[in-house]
Design a protein around this ligand. Structure first.
Ligand SMILES: *Cc1c(COP(=O)(O)O)cnc(C)c1O
Length: 300
């Protein structure tokens, strides 16, 4: 699959910055979620499963992607959603509304139960209630997802010195690491706080040419600041490239900040991976508006 790569003009630096527009590979199953679902859908078919079940929060890109991909590929879909209070708010939530319109059924659970979602008891209770299903973990990360993400880079990408991406569960960066060249450095920008990510990545990554830059999560998962929103809006005005506030906005902010701080050697060639997430902007904007904070101004 040929994916558009754009140059991002920078001033007063020898560094060259590029962005791979994985957000454009599918109108609804955008970016890395398409890559992560590809081999899981094949496996589910092979196992003769007719239902996909997965997990996610209120604005989850993975929930939206699974709902659409399920519909497109003839699967029933079930989303286990974090937060019981959302059950009565589906129509006010663009992500859940979209997923429901694709045919997804929901199971809303409390935050406490959601934390136990990986446990054998929780899964077997779901099977008792709902029948058989193909389980895709939260964020879609498993071995087959990593295999799909290994297809983001190709041998033709030998030109770049650094590959940068946002991190949620670590599946995407693991795929990038596995298909990178050993002289390249893969930098991950976690969109959440926590030290568990390194362990998670080591489970899947076959090389050591990577590092995490953990200072651009803006307070944690789903947290945004006015500075971040302003950055996303300015970046869009300048480059006509939309960024989401949960993942790609934080990563691109971080890289541009690090360039200004001379983190990268002179003449470095950096490739940013735009992992998508644009569907989530509508929901975040509703939240921002209710707090009287400026919204994300992109025409999606
Ligand atoms: C899910 C997601 C990520 C995180 O990917 P992981 O494989 O979970 O690390 C990054 N960017 C966007 C836009 C996403 O939707």
């Amino acid at each position: 699959m040929e994916v558009l790569t754009q140059k991002i003009p920078l001033e007063n630096t020898s560094i060259k910055l590029f962005i791979r527009r994985e957000d454009l590979i599918h109108p609804f199953v955008s970016g890395n979620k398409f890559r992560k679902l590809k081999y899981n859908l094949q496996q589910a078919k092979k196992e003769n499963q007719t239902t996909l079940l997965t997990f996610g929060g209120a604005f989850s890109n993975h929930i939206a992607a699974t709902a659409y991909a399920g519909k497109e590929n003839g699967f029933e879909t079930i989303g286990v959603i974090r937060g019981e209070e959302l059950a009565s708010k589906i129509n006010e939530n663009p992500t859940l509304k979209f997923a429901q319109d694709c045919g997804m059924k929901f199971v809303f659970v409390t935050r406490e139960s959601y934390r136990l979602k990986g446990s054998k008891n929780f899964i077997s209770e779901l099977k008792n209630n709902l029948g058989s299903f193909y389980l895709i973990p939260e964020g879609g990360t498993n071995e087959l997802a990593v295999k799909g993400c290994e297809e983001i880079l190709s041998k033709e990408d030998n030109f770049y010195d650094f590959i940068c991406c946002a991190i949620g569960t670590g599946g995407t960066i693991s795929g990038l690491i596995n298909s990178s060249f050993s002289y390249q450095k893969v930098l991950g920008f976690p969109s959440l706080k926590g030290d568990f990510l390194k362990e998670d990545i080591r489970k899947f990554a076959k090389n050591n040419n990577w590092d995490l830059i953990s200072s651009y999560h803006f307070g944690g998962y789903g947290k945004v600041s006015e500075e971040l929103i302003k950055f996303i809006n300015t970046f869009y005005k300048k480059n006509a490239i939309p960024l989401d506030p949960i993942y790609t906005g934080k990563m691109v902010f971080g890289v541009i900040d690090l360039i200004a701080k001379n983190y990268f050697p002179e003449n470095s060639k950096i490739l940013l991976i735009h992992t998508g997430g644009i569907q989530g902007i509508k929901g975040i904007n509703i939240k921002l508006k209710s707090k009287n904070i400026q919204t994300i101004q992109i025409n999606d």
